[in-house]
Design a protein around this ligand. Structure first.
Ligand code: SME
Length: 151
């Protein structure tokens, strides 16, 4: 459940290049929403997703994900936000951290095409609802507007 506006997050971002602003965005999002346990941005690279800026207690082994796989791949294939309340009962799930229970993946569009996505893990069952979806889709539109054409 989200109670903070995307504007209050986005106006706090430092000036700088796209990558450093995206890294700052991940950090700011996690500070504002402690239930966002691990936050990563993946960029589309042909038929794969490549991990960009991320924030969390541990790195993920999934730094390159085939679009054919995972909840991350499904969000690109289905061109929509995916919320999974219980990752352990979703056969698409690619496991990263044993404590992860739920996940939300939000596509980032630039000029009508998916160029990447926001991937967030939660430690509790059903950590994400439609308020998170609305909030994160606003954040994704912001990233899409700033998208420089390559990652
Ligand atoms: N769980 C994702 C993989 C990425 S990690 O959560 C960081 C998936 O199923 O695609």
């Amino acid at each position: 459940m989200i109670t903070v506006s995307s504007n209050s997050i986005l106006t706090k971002l430092p000036q700088g290049d796209f990558r450093s602003r995206c890294q700052a965005l991940c950090t700011t999002l996690r500070k504002a929403h402690p239930q966002y346990d691990w936050i990563g941005l993946y960029w589309v690279d042909g038929d794969h997703l490549v991990l960009g800026p991320w924030i969390g207690d541990q790195p993920t082994e999934h730094t390159r994900i085939p679009i054919a796989q995972g909840i991350c791949g499904a969000a690109v294939r289905e061109e929509q936000t995916i919320i999974v309340d219980d990752v352990n009962s979703d056969p698409r799930y690619l496991s990263c951290f044993t404590h992860t229970k739920s996940e939300i993946v939000v596509p980032v569009y630039a000029d009508g095409l998916i160029v990447g996505e926001i991937d967030i893990d939660g430690k509790n069952i059903a950590d994400f609802d439609t308020s998170d979806q609305i909030f994160l889709e606003e954040i994704a539109r912001f990233i899409g507007r700033e998208w420089p054409g390559r990652w």
